[in-house]
Design a protein around this ligand. Structure first.
Ligand code: MLT
Length: 200
């Protein structure tokens, strides 16, 4: 997968896995990593799917309707890429914390839904429920931050609560943060994520 890796200057720190929104690139979320933890490793990945020229992490059939088969395939592909990247760049595969926005948050949530050890934790900015009707792995206290907007037309507030409930049923430790805004990622939400990150 197209990506960039930046080694942090503190070997005890995790690796932040940056996952952009639809139409983004691996450059987009670099400022977030600076805010969340400037000393961590950064692995920023570009989605392998193109929708009218816009990079994404998996195909969709329509707005808010995912191509489930492709989602499963791309989730596996990303998980395997993380295994390979950990070898190549010599970081601890067990210390990967995802930071995703929108489509990138959705594939991060899908990693949590499908693989027990894929992520040590996750910051999900405006995620949706990636799949329904499946049994999640035991997430065993995995810390998850969900940033949601009370007026988000893409991720209605009910869906953010549903995602929280599904992850909590799988024993994840979820913090749901609300902004009285829409789908945009605000600096107050990023700051809330930074403060949450300091507690995990
Ligand atoms: C998705 O397709 O993953 C969601 O609708 C969010 C987005 O617009 O990327």
């Amino acid at each position: 997968m197209k990506h960039l890796f930046r080694k942090g200057n503190d070997p005890t720190k995790p690796t932040l896995l940056l996952l952009h929104g639809t139409g983004g690139t691996e450059q987009d979320l670099l400022p977030l990593a600076e805010i969340i933890d400037p000393n961590a490793n950064v692995l920023s990945v570009r989605g392998n799917v193109l929708e009218n020229g816009m990079p994404r992490f998996f195909k969709r059939l329509a707005e808010r309707v995912f191509d489930e088969e492709d989602l499963i395939f791309r989730t596996k592909e990303l998980n395997e890429f993380l295994d390979e990247a950990a070898e190549k760049y010599n970081f601890d595969r067990k210390q990967v914390i995802a930071v995703g926005y929108s489509n990138g948050a959705n594939i991060a949530a899908s990693l949590l839904f499908h693989y027990q050890q894929a992520l040590k934790g996750a910051i999900l900015h405006h995620p949706m429920v990636p799949r329904r009707g499946i049994e999640l792995p035991d997430l065993n206290g995995t810390p998850v931050f969900i940033g949601a907007g009370t007026n988000d037309p893409i991720c209605p507030s009910k869906e953010s609560q549903e995602l929280q409930a599904l992850l909590e049923q799988a024993k994840a430790n979820v913090h749901l943060h609300w902004e009285n805004r829409g789908h945009q990622l605000t600096s107050t939400e990023v700051d809330a994520a930074r403060k949450w990150y300091l507690t995990i």
